[in-house]
Write a protein that binds this ligand. Structure first.
Ligand SMILES: *Cc1c(COP(=O)(O)O)cnc(C)c1O
Length: 393
């Protein structure tokens, strides 16, 4: 099938929830190829899904081997990959237990249900989330998502949710009342425009939660799995949340999500409280285990911190040269170039220079290269960015 036939067939049979353009046919490491054979440097990585790059050999091997051995058994049976991945994730984070699911929204849904079940004996159920956040598209997760455009048209929204302002501790204190069970926050807002939380804000949230006996929940779906130069975004802040959600980068391209708790919350869920058919299959967990191993063996987190710092320093130089660029922000390899105007066309121009990125929050170009990106590839991206800047005005 040629490119035009693919597009035609898609338009005819796939719901238009997205507006894709390129037809991609192959990926390897930080590169993808379109149907015309054109090669792109991929600084989008499936929105932080491909943290280990496209078709990482270790992940490919794990999936192939597991697929021909045992793909699915249902959670009515044990499978070795599930506890082994859970152990690895728990030891890197909150030392409690994991619940596996299939997506970021589902992982956040699990956080919400956990908080409600935990809070119920104390008469607490309300969840506070942040304005400008993003937590998913199910009915509960779009309700905690602090963006009108995500909620609009789907009212009435479920009850028991409230919103506070990101990086405004006072607004969080004001939103809390006796029925508050949890505060949910991204330590770096991704869809919201690559906005890192202030250290005082996250530390203050921990204090607030301790004082009021409220759970602190971190959505690590985008900023987790090494993206920011730590295993998890919260690890930049010297605090520990009570539970986190993971998805995107966890499977290296294979769909898998997870909720991880501390020890205090490890046994809140009992049989019958929560479930999902595909959560933690041998196949998904084989992919997850391969991702964790690849990140460690290839020191990708160290690389994310090092190349991320280099990338941001060079972007800052570009920023000072052009008045249409306002700021550079982020952590590790989660980097945003903030414009004084819409950045949508800039994304298109970068694509014209064979660099894939994503404009978000209208005026931010988001860069999410794989964590094993080389300095030479960062430099190649910078060359494309500089060239577009020159042509821009
Ligand atoms: C992408 C994302 C989600 C939603 O994940 P899905 O797998 O699309 O459901 C939730 N939270 C954050 C921070 C995300 O970036």
């Amino acid at each position: 099938m040629n490119k035009d036939q693919t597009i035609e067939l898609h338009k005819q049979y796939v719901m238009p929830t997205y507006a894709p353009d390129l037809v991609l046919v192959k990926g390897k490491g930080p590169y993808v190829w379109d149907a015309d054979g054109c090669k792109y440097l991929d600084f989008l990585s499936g929105i932080s899904v491909l943290n280990v790059g496209h078709c990482h050999p270790k992940v490919v091997h794990a999936i192939k081997t597991q697929a021909s051995t045992l793909m699915h058994v249902s959670n009515l049976y044990y499978n070795e990959n599930q506890p082994r991945l859970a152990e690895a994730l728990s030891k890197k984070s909150l030392r409690g237990k994991c619940f596996f699911c299939n997506s970021g929204a589902e992982a956040n849904e699990a956080l919400i249900k956990l908080a409600r079940l935990w809070g119920q004996p104390q008469g607490k159920h309300q969840i506070i989330s942040m304005r400008n956040s993003f937590h998913g598209r199910t009915l509960a997760t779009l309700t905690v998502t602090g963006q009108q455009k995500v909620q609009s048209g789907f009212e009435p929204l479920p009850e028991g949710f409230a919103q506070a302002t990101f990086n405004d501790l006072k607004s969080c204190w004001m939103a809390v009342h006796k029925k508050t069970a949890a505060i949910l926050v991204e330590t770096i807002q991704g869809e919201g425009g690559v906005l890192p939380a202030d250290p005082e804000f996250i530390k203050g949230l921990r204090t607030l939660c301790d004082e009021k006996n409220i759970l602190l929940l971190c959505d690590e779906v985008q900023c987790g799995m090494g993206r920011t130069g730590r295993w998890f975004g919260y690890q930049h802040y010297g605090i520990e949340p009570d539970a986190i959600s993971l998805a995107k980068g966890l499977g290296g391209g294979f769909p898998i999500g997870a909720m991880i708790t501390n020890q205090r919350l490890a046994d809140v869920f009992y049989p019958g409280h929560h479930a999902t058919t595909f959560g933690g299959t041998p196949l998904a967990c084989a992919a997850g285990r391969a991702v964790v191993e690849a990140i460690e063996e290839e020191s990708m987190i160290e690389n994310a911190e090092k190349t991320g710092t280099l990338f941001m320093q060079k972007l800052e130089k570009i920023c000072t040269k052009y008045t249409f660029i306002k700021d550079v922000r982020g952590k590790g390899l989660m980097v945003g170039l903030v414009f004084n105007e819409s950045a949508k066309d800039f994304e298109k121009c970068l694509r014209g220079k064979n660099l894939l990125t994503l404009a978000t929050a209208e005026n931010v170009i988001r860069f999410l290269p794989p964590l094993n990106i080389k300095a030479s590839q960062i430099n190649r991206a910078l060359t494309a960015i500089k060239a577009v800047c020159k042509e821009w005005k």
